[in-house]
Design a protein around this ligand. Structure first.
Ligand code: MN
Length: 488
């Protein structure tokens, strides 16, 4: 991730003479330096060139496309830069694109402004030409407007950068499935061909028996080391050492097979644990904490999204997890989210405890799992669903709270939240949009990042937020259906 850079390309032309072009380049470099020193961008920007001709546009785009460390390009027209000389280059573009509409100077200087100054600093003019061609060509691009030294546009660029990292990660993502989807469940299904065409995911199945062979090959020394890791990270609140060791064996084996196949996400199902004594609980939880995606009941879509959203925010410590909606408290207006076992400890408010309890489903031994409460604070839940012919990403803003009850007999990790705009309206919106019971819950990603990502991969995006109403959402979804059906 750390090798990713973003390329800054300035638009101009030969009309104003070499002195003006030298000034454009100097100012372009100053903007890049200012952005890099702002501490608001998670990745570095590199000044690349100032475009004066169609040939230069094609050249820089071709080089960007083939540079695996280039995660996206940022363009800005310091002067007027006629758009016809951008068309053939932009037609080749395969990287995420941000059009940063800014201006080198914050103010219009009263004494200094003359015709030369006006021509040199005319991004209000040049970026309109640039905006037109982006719109006319229908290339997905993010537009950010603001003064380059201000925090707001810097933060918007930063979020787009995270989405671009998620884009690159998505296009290289391999997902390992152990077993199929849970029998008869609809929302966890999906078109894996469509997912690969749009999102790049290679989703394939490995036999559970192969995983069991890997488990049998794990040494006691490896398990001892994993136990040390558990002791450092978690409170061991059980005497059942063998059960914890069995989870360690599962974790080591799953990680080995994932790494050998270069998979960053996996799914399994309690209906296919042939040869395994326990459903992986602690094992899956500790793998998620290391950045692997996970989805229960064969849900490869949510597994992949968990991995992508973790990759987008791997330098942040708010936390991101596989999640499932379970129960309502109508008196408090809260949703209880959890899973049978597999919630990522990155979202824990306090040190998680390792406990062993019966599991009512799956017909296996009681598994060890991490138990904790989620953090309080703003977060999102995200759900990718297959609409039959297209994919829809639904993101809802939520406010997580400290659970008001201790729920002493609930033996799993739990999170409670109020959906936006309110418990009632927000829940109705979620059901109307077709959001799944499986989601990715993240304190680090926000709706803007996910919208940017959805635009890059060209899928439908639905945002349920503080201003949403069920009536308007239903109408918006009908229009969206029309648009997407015309496009398919
Ligand atoms: Mn589930």
């Amino acid at each position: 991730m750390n090798n990713y850079k973003f390329w800054f390309v300035v638009g101009s032309q030969f009309l104003y003479g070499p002195e003006a072009l030298a000034e454009v380049e100097k100012n372009g470099r100053a903007i890049v330096e200012g952005l890099n020193n702002s501490n608001n961008l998670p990745f570095e920007i590199i000044y690349k060139t100032t475009i004066k001709t169609s040939t230069e546009t094609k050249e820089i785009v071709s080089v960007a496309n083939s540079d695996k460390n280039c995660a996206g390009i940022i363009t800005f027209c310091h002067t007027f830069s006629p758009s016809k000389m951008w068309i053939n280059g932009l037609n080749l573009l395969q990287k995420p694109w941000l059009h940063f509409h800014t201006q080198f100077n914050r103010e219009i200087p009263n004494e200094e402004i003359d015709m030369d100054y006006m021509n040199l600093h005319q991004s209000a003019h040049g970026d309109r030409e640039h905006g037109f061609i982006g719109m006319r060509m229908g290339i997905p691009r993010k537009v950010v407007f603001g003064y380059w030294q201000d925090e707001k546009p810097q933060n918007e660029i930063g979020k787009w950068m995270r989405a671009a990292i998620g884009y690159s990660f998505s296009k290289n993502l391999k997902v390992m499935r152990f077993g199929d989807n849970m029998r008869d469940v609809a929302v966890t299904e999906g078109d894996k061909i469509e997912a690969q065409i749009k999102l790049g995911w290679e989703v394939n199945t490995w036999p559970v028996g192969t995983l069991v062979e890997y488990m049998n090959a794990v040494s006691e020394t490896e398990i001892d080391l994993k136990l040390q890791e558990y002791e450092e990270k978690y409170e061991i609140a059980t005497d059942d050492n063998e059960t914890v060791r069995y989870q360690a064996r599962e974790e080591i084996a799953i990680q080995k097979i994932l790494d050998e196949e270069d998979c960053k996400a996996f799914s399994n199902t309690f209906q296919d644990l042939y040869g395994m004594k326990q459903l992986p609980g602690l094992a899956s939880q500790n793998l998620m904490a290391q950045g692997y995606g996970y989805g229960g009941e064969g849900d490869w879509k949510v597994s992949a999204m968990t991995a992508i959203m973790k990759a987008m925010t791997s330098d942040l410590d708010g936390g991101t997890s596989f999640m499932e909606d379970y129960n309502y408290d109508f008196t408090k207006g809260l949703i209880l989210g959890s899973h049978m076992l597999e919630i990522c400890p990155s979202i824990a408010a306090d040190k998680p405890k390792i406990e062993v309890h019966e599991l009512g489903i799956g017909d296996r031994e009681p598994p060890a799992r991490l138990k904790f409460e989620g953090k309080a604070g703003p977060a999102i839940v995200a759900s990718l669903i297959d609409m039959g012919g297209r994919l829809r990403l639904i993101v809802q803003d939520i406010e997580c709270v400290k659970p008001p009850q201790s729920m002493p007999n609930l033996p799993v990790a739990r999170v409670m939240w109020q959906p936006q705009p309110s418990f009632t309206e927000g829940t109705e919106c979620w059901i109307i949009a077709g959001g799944a019971h499986h989601t990715v819950l993240s304190y680090d990603c926000d709706a803007e990042m996910m919208r940017d990502w959805a635009r890059m991969v060209d899928i439908e995006f639905v945002h349920i937020n503080k201003d949403s109403t069920a009536v308007e959402l239903e109408h918006d979804l009908q229009l969206s259906d029309l648009v997407w059906n015309l496009r398919c």
